[in-house]
Design a protein around this ligand. Structure first.
Ligand code: HEM
Ligand code: HEM
Length: 218
């Protein structure tokens, strides 16, 4: 069967690194390993900011504009397969929800304190009331993120039962031509995304990340 490349190397790396980062963030918080939590948090921030930039300058299937669909199109995509490369209309809503939840989790984390030793880097600029509120958001938004992940995995399993091999495409980058109904090139080389990511990561690790990194490696 003829294959079409639908996901570029950056989108695929973004996805699977995000899964590893969220697992690390959860376990480090549970185990009280705050230095690891902060370093993983800055890594995730660099990853998400690069994904959003790639949504402007990146591949056709990565574009943020390709994620905008009417609610009617989203409802229709449950019953009809739209056979286009990229996220379905309903899937696009899920992706936007993930971006919003992840941004909320990251920004609230920057203003959260564990009331013992570790403060997010923006705590010193915020009032006590804002820090308390950010901690509440950081705790409760994680629950929403957790439910969104469960729903996401259940949806992927349902698509698989209906015959769509979405995970294989997110691993290899390629989907069956009959599932995407197009052989126009929709992906770009990921190098620009890699450069943006490395610059953002270096900037974050040399500033906010310097202290937790020195703890981790001392
Ligand atoms: C921490 C857990 C997870 C998070 C936060 C997450 C988040 C996301 C996001 C944000 C996207 C959109 C990718 C983009 O356009 O940038 C996506 C797509 C996707 N994810 Fe996940 N994901 C998670 C776990 C998983 C797991 C465990 C699987 C495998 C079962 C999976 C399979 C997929 C697939 C196949 C797509 C592409 C869907 C499509 O073709 O429209 N994800 N995920
Ligand atoms: C997507 C990124 C993140 C995820 C998924 C995440 C997840 C979590 C979770 C699950 C907890 C435990 C919450 C609780 O049960 O009260 C937590 C605590 C915490 N997080 Fe994050 N976090 C993220 C990013 C960040 C960032 C960027 C920072 C700061 C640089 C941060 C700082 C903290 C602090 C200080 C706590 C301790 C709060 C307490 O002890 O009450 N987090 N985080």
């Amino acid at each position: 069967m003829q294959k079409i490349k639908v996901w570029d190397g950056f989108i695929r790396s973004f996805h699977w690194l995000l899964v590893i980062a969220i697992a690390t963030l959860y376990f480090s918080a549970e185990e009280g390993m705050m230095e690891l939590h902060f370093v993983a948090g800055y890594f995730t921030l660099a990853l998400l900011l690069t994904r959003l930039a790639w949504g402007v300058v990146g591949s056709q299937t990565a574009k943020l504009s390709a994620l905008l669909h009417s609610p009617i199109a989203a409802l229709k995509s449950f019953t009809q397969t739209d056979n286009k490369p990229g996220h379905s209309a309903a899937g696009s809503y899920m992706v936007l929800v993930f971006f919003a939840l992840l941004l909320t989790q990251l920004v609230s984390g920057l203003m959260t304190t564990d009331d013992i030793l570790t403060d997010g880097p923006l705590v010193e600029y915020a009032s006590n009331q804002v820090v308390e509120w950010a901690g509440w958001v950081h705790h409760n938004n994680f629950d929403l993120l957790f439910y969104a992940i469960i729903l996401h995995v259940v949806a992927i399993v349902i698509y698989r039962l209906k015959g769509k091999k979405l995970v294989k495409a997110m691993v290899t980058g390629y989907a069956d031509k009959e599932d995407c109904g197009s052989d126009v090139k929709v992906t770009k080389s990921p190098w620009l995304a890699v450069i943006i990511f490395v610059l953002l990561l270096a900037g974050l690790m040399m500033t906010w990340g310097a202290e937790p990194l020195s703890y981790l490696f001392s």
